[in-house]
Ligand binder design. Sequence first.
Ligand SMILES: [Zn+2]
Length: 93
Amino acid sequence: MSKEQEVKEETEIQKESSEEVVEKQILEPEKPKTVKKKKDEKKVFSYYKLDEESLTRLRPFCERCGPGYFMGDHGNRHTCGNCGFTRYKQSQE
Ligand SMILES: [Zn+2]
């Protein structure tokens, strides 16, 4: 038969298989990446506020990525830049 039809079918099969891969990637929990080396120490330090002799943690860690993954402050919520996890701040009065 026509080659066009065959090509079309092949394309659809490839599309389906690629979608499966995407689904699996979403279902698998994100694993924390290997601990980074000394190069990033300064960057991490910028997230701490040096208050006399005590270090105050300004931002919470991501609950999904674990310690070391700081969440960005977005006003009424914190968002993890690594996995996109968002946690709304509890109202404090
Ligand atoms: Zn995260």
